[in-house]
Design a protein. Structure first.
Length: 333
């Protein structure tokens, strides 16, 4: 047989088999279109691993065209069971209790290429176990906080400029900041399009003993960061993040699964020992370009203005969580 013809015949046999192997099961396909029943066993615990009883729970089932919510309370074991019908795309959990930071989480029964089974009109595993952490509100205080991305734009591109975390702005003359907690280098080729060849930023701490360390966050919690900064850690003094370099997509951006604990405004004695410092937490650092070819820098986090106070618990976030509980309970008519 001609080698070219043999190759074509082989391809003709393999391709249909590949298509068949990737096909969604009929039961799952039906559930995605018309819904199937899901049962969730939610277990709520605190940061010591102890169950949290009498917490308010709302479970939102996506069921097109009419999503619906199931409400309940956790029992003595911190457990609440919810049953509802869903297309499988998203089930959202909201948990709140007085004296705790609220938490929310999501799961999907139809993640890409990993659809769950459906048996007898029920998503599997039926009685899926989901754990949620509720962190207690301890000692919140007034911090200089930035809750959402708010880019500060400047024409000072490809040069080191200071950034004031307390005022959330570049230092003068580039902004209204007074004290430089660190310096940032906004690196951008000023091409505002997908043809951008280079965009990223660098951070450096120039004062002795200043710097940062990173730790994982509790992403389900409304207060996802540590309660306090640790002073005995090794503080790093520089980092860089590039989304694109030399025309290549790097996606080396700020890791949203972690936060930075920052030590700045450091004062040392004649022996180089740390005498005073301020502490901050950064949940996000990022760069953006504007149509008028200015570069923007964003800090999301909180700055403690009291020297040597390591508390990172922000009063504004605590107040938000006190209202969060309303979303976890049935709305009164």
């Amino acid at each position: 047989m001609n080698r070219k013809l043999k190759t074509l015949l082989t391809v003709a046999v393999v391709i249909p088999g590949s298509l068949f192997a990737g096909r969604i099961k009929p039961e799952v396909e039906h559930a995605m279109a018309y819904g199937a029943e899901a049962k969730i066993c939610l277990k709520v615990h605190d940061d010591l691993g102890q169950p949290v009883s009498n917490a308010s729970v709302a479970v939102v089932f996506d069921m097109l065209p009419s999503p619906h919510s199931v409400y309940g309370k956790t029992d003595a074991n911190g457990v609440c069971v919810a049953i509802g019908k869903t297309n499988g795309n998203k089930v959202r959990f909201l948990v709140g209790k007085e004296g705790y930071y609220g938490s929310q989480k999501e799961l999907s029964y139809v993640p890409m290429n990993a659809e769950h089974d459906v048996k007898d009109g029920k998503w599997q595993p039926y009685g899926d176990k989901v754990t949620i952490l509720l962190r207690p509100i301890k000692s919140p205080q007034k911090l200089s906080s930035v809750m959402v991305k708010d880019y500060k734009f400047t024409s000072a591109i490809c040069e080191w400029i200071g950034y004031d975390l307390e005022r959330n702005d570049f230092v003068k003359p580039h902004g209204f900041g007074e004290v430089s907690d660190f310096e940032v280098y906004l690196d951008w080729d000023r091409v505002y399009s997908l043809n951008c060849q280079r965009i990223g930023f660098k951070i450096r701490f120039t004062e002795p003993r200043s710097g940062f360390y990173s730790v994982p966050i509790e992403d389900a919690s409304e207060f996802p960061v540590p309660y306090k900064a640790a002073r005995d850690r090794t503080f790093l003094q520089d980092a860089e993040f590039y989304d694109r370099q030399d025309g290549k997509r790097l996606r080396n951006t700020f890791d949203k699964s972690k936060c930075w604990i920052i030590q700045s405004r450091c004062k040392v004695d004649q022996h180089g020992r740390l005498v005073a410092a301020n502490y901050s937490v950064a949940r996000f650092l990022g760069i953006s370009g504007s149509r008028d070819l200015k570069a923007g820098f964003s800090f999301v986090g909180a700055f403690n203005p009291t020297p040597n106070d390591t508390n990172l618990e922000d009063e504004e976030i605590a107040n938000q969580s006190r209202h969060f509980i309303r979303q976890c309970e049935p709305q009164r008519q």
